[in-house]
Design a protein around this ligand. Structure first.
Ligand SMILES: Nc1ncnc2c1ncn2[C@@H]1O[C@H](COP(=O)(O)OP(=O)(O)O)[C@@H](O)[C@H]1O
Ligand SMILES: [Mg+2]
Length: 239
């Protein structure tokens, strides 16, 4: 398994009480497996991704990323995990306004100390994979929402992570563009053997994922909450 969360509990201070955002959550994602997490707003989906991304340390439980137990890792080790093993695509694109699409990718490689030649090759490969050939010299404001999201995805893959974490990638896109982004994520997941977790509201795209999980009040359960259960390989069948 590329990503394992075991018995994770996360609380936030809430006045003089605590709010339980994740309640004994278990999640395992294998290489090449595309997992979607659905559930109402406020149920803990982004908190789950933040724990998997090593951005927030849980109160209890174990986090393993690419075989490394990061549960008790310090700040520096967590930063290295994110840089080398985890790709993160957040809801709002946080591209640097002054940089071209290509430079957004190259910066990531530079931070990881990748040699310039190898970085250029990798960036060109990813620009092609996300269908941005011809747009690589455009800055974020010159790109559409869907194109910016594809730059985000390419950037997250620059350092060849094992784990890809994606929070509501289609929320700012129309249905057709949203579907293309999820189809791209499915393709990249399988071709690169990524363990991908995508939080989504877009139930129409669930046919493209391998596993569907539902978050409700900090608890994670199998299925999309409608009674249909996803099976490995992307097919969905009624029980
Ligand atoms: N940094 C925070 N401090 C306090 N409470 C938070 C924080 N982040 C999220 N929460 C609360 O935790 C719960 C889960 O939030 P979140 O993980 O963002 O859910 P979702 O992504 O499913 O909307 C919500 O009740 C939210 O208000
Ligand atoms: Mg959220």
């Amino acid at each position: 398994m590329s990503l394992v969360l075991a018995d994770i509990t996360l609380t936030y201070p809430d006045g003089d009480r605590t709010l339980t955002a994740l309640d004994h959550v278990d999640l395992s994602v294998a290489p090449g497996e595309f997992t979607a997490v659905v559930g109402p707003s406020g149920s803990g989906k982004s908190s789950l991704l933040a724990v998997a991304a090593t951005l927030i340390a849980p109160d209890s439980g174990t986090v393993r990323v690419a075989g490394h137990d990061v549960s008790r890792a310090g700040q520096a080790a967590r930063t290295r995990m994110r840089r080398d093993h985890i790709g993160i695509v957040f809801q709002q694109s946080n591209l640097l306004p002054a940089l071209t699409a290509l430079d957004q990718l190259l910066v990531m490689a530079h931070l990881a100390g990748q040699p310039t030649g190898a970085a250029a090759t990798r960036a060109a490969e990813l620009i092609e994979a996300v269908e941005l050939v011809g747009k690589e010299h455009k800055r974020p404001h010159q790109l559409s929402g869907g194109e910016r999201q594809r730059v985000n995805i390419a950037r997250a893959l620059m350092n060849r992570p094992e784990v890809l974490l994606v929070d509501e990638p289609t929320s700012a896109l129309d249905h057709h563009r949203g579907e293309r982004i999820v189809s791209l994520l499915a393709d990249l997941t399988r071709r690169n053997g990524l363990a991908t977790v995508m939080v989504t509201h877009d139930l129409a795209t669930l046919s493209m994922v391998d596993t569907v999980l539902t978050m409700t009040d900090g608890r994670l359960t199998a299925g999309d909450g409608t009674g249909a259960v996803a099976t490995a390989g992307g097919g969905r069948s009624a029980p």
